[in-house]
Design a protein around this ligand. Structure first.
Ligand code: TXA
Ligand code: MG
Length: 335
C-alpha cells in the first residue's frame, strides 16, 4: 500500500496505525483522525494536522467496554449502567485518567474522555491495532466535521489516508458527559443521546445536569465551531431573510425546513429533513454542499425545537452561525 494513496482497507489502515501514522476512520458520529494512543509522535501529528491547540484533549476509542478500567480510575457505578445501555454508541464519558493515558491525549488534564464507537469498521480496526485509538473529528480546527470520506479528503488532501466506511449514521458528534462525580453527571456536549434518555437509564438517584449555554466546561468548546468558509446566518423570520436578500442580492443558499420562503428569490435551496435524526445526519453534509455552491452566503432556517435531540442540533447551528449572530439586531430594534 502506498502511503500517499488515500483509500485504505482494514489491514492497510491497521498497519499504518501500528507504524505510527495518522489515519482517518469512520465512526457512527463523524469521521475521526486516529492515532494509536501509545505513540506520542502519532498523537502530536494529529494536533499538527488539525492545527489544534495542544490543551484541547482527545477522545480515546475502545472496542470493548471493560477496557474502560485500563484507562480510567475511580469509576462510579452508574457509568457501567450507562455503558451497558449506550455502548457501542455515541456516548463519551469523562473520568479520572489512569497512569496509562499520556498527557498528550488529555492535554495535561487529570481526566480522560472515552467512548466505544458502534461503526463495525472502527471496532475491527481497534482490535487489529491492538490498542485504543485517540481520534478527534477529522477536520481542520474549527471547520465542519466530516461525515463522508470525500469530506476528509477535502480537509486534508493526500496527507491523510482514509479508511472508507460510507456515510456516518448519526452525523453529529457524541454526547459527552462528565462522570467524575459519584452523585451527579454533567452533560458537557449535547448529542443525540439526550439528558432524558440518560436519566431514564439511571433513575432519580443520580442528578443529570444539562449542558450550560456557552459552556466552557469542555476544553476546546468554542463559540465559533463547525464553520463553513462562507458567512453563515441563522434565519428566524421573514424580516431576517428579506434583510439578507437585500444585502447579498439573493446570492444565498438556504438550508430550509419549511416552504415559508419558497417565493423568495434565492440562488439555491437545500431541503432539510424535519425529523431530528435525519436532520442531524444531513446537517454537516448540507453545510458543505452549501459552502461549495456558487452562492455568496449560507442561510439556515431555524428548525423546530420540540425535543432535546433538537437541542444538540441547535447547539451545532448556533456555533456554525456564531460570527453573524448580531446580524439582525437592528431589525429587532426597528420593529
Ligand atoms: O463523536 C465524537 O465524539 C467524535 C468521533 C470521532 O468520535 N469525536 C470528536 O472529537 O468529536 P473532538 O476532538 O472533535 O471533540 C472532542 C471533545 C473536545 O471538545 C474535547 O475538549 C472534549 O471532547 N474532551 C476530550 N477530553 C476531555 C476531558 N478529559 N474533559 C473534558 N472534555 C474533554
Ligand atoms: Mg471536532
Amino acid at each position: 500500500m502506498n502511503k500517499l494513496s488515500c483509500a485504505l482497507d482494514l489491514d492497510g489502515a491497521a498497519q499504518l496505525l501500528k507504524a505510527g501514522h495518522v489515519v482517518a476512520i469512520p465512526t457512527e458520529t463523524v469521521y475521526g483522525l486516529a492515532a494509536d494512543i501509545s505513540q506520542d509522535h502519532a498523537l502530536e501529528n494529529v494536533f499538527a494536522l488539525k492545527s489544534r491547540p495542544l490543551n484541547h484533549p482527545l477522545i480515546i476509542h475502545i472496542a470493548q467496554p471493560l477496557r474502560l478500567q485500563d484507562y480510567a480510575i475511580n469509576i462510579p457505578e452508574y457509568v457501567y449502567q450507562l455503558t451497558d445501555h449506550f455502548w457501542p454508541g455515541p456516548l463519551t464519558v469523562v473520568l479520572q485518567k489512569s497512569a496509562k493515558v499520556s498527557d498528550i491525549v488529555t492535554g495535561g488534564q487529570s481526566s480522560v474522555a472515552i467512548r466505544m464507537p458502534s461503526h463495525p469498521l472502527a471496532l475491527k480496526l481497534i482490535e487489529l491495532v491492538g490498542a485504543p485509538l485517540a481520534a478527534p473529528s477529522a477536520n481542520r480546527f474549527g471547520h465542519i466535521s466530516p461525515t463522508q470520506p470525500a469530506h476528509v479528503i477535502s480537509e486534508f488532501g493526500e496527507k491523510v489516508p482514509v479508511l472508507e466506511g460510507g456515510e456516518c449514521d448519526v452525523g453529529i458528534e457524541s454526547t459527552i458527559i462528565d462522570a467524575t462525580s459519584h452523585s451527579c453527571c454533567k452533560i458537557l456536549r449535547s448529542g443525540m443521546i439526550t439528558p432524558e434518555s440518560i436519566q431514564n437509564v439511571l433513575g432519580s438517584e443520580i442528578q443529570i445536569m444539562a449542558q450550560q449555554k456557552d459552556s466552557k466546561q469542555v476544553p476546546g468548546a468554542l463559540k465559533h465551531h463547525y464553520e463553513p468558509s462562507k458567512p453563515t446566518f441563522l434565519i428566524k423570520n421573514q424580516a431576517e431573510i428579506d434583510q439578507l436578500i437585500n444585502q447579498y442580492q439573493q446570492s444565498i443558499c438556504l438550508l430550509q425546513v419549511s416552504k415559508q420562503y419558497d417565493r423568495r428569490p434565492l440562488k439555491q435551496r437545500i431541503m432539510m429533513p424535519i425529523n431530528s435524526e435525519a436532520y442531524a445526519k444531513a446537517y454537516y453534509r448540507s453545510l458543505r454542499e452549501a459552502d461549495s455552491s456558487s452562492a455568496q452566503v449560507i442561510a439556515i432556517e431555524a428548525p423546530p425545537e420540540q425535543d432535546s435531540q433538537w437541542h444538540a442540533i441547535w447547539d451545532r447551528i448556533q456555533r456554525s452561525t456564531a460570527r453573524t449572530a448580531n446580524f439582525c439586531l437592528h431589525i429587532d430594534k426597528a420593529t
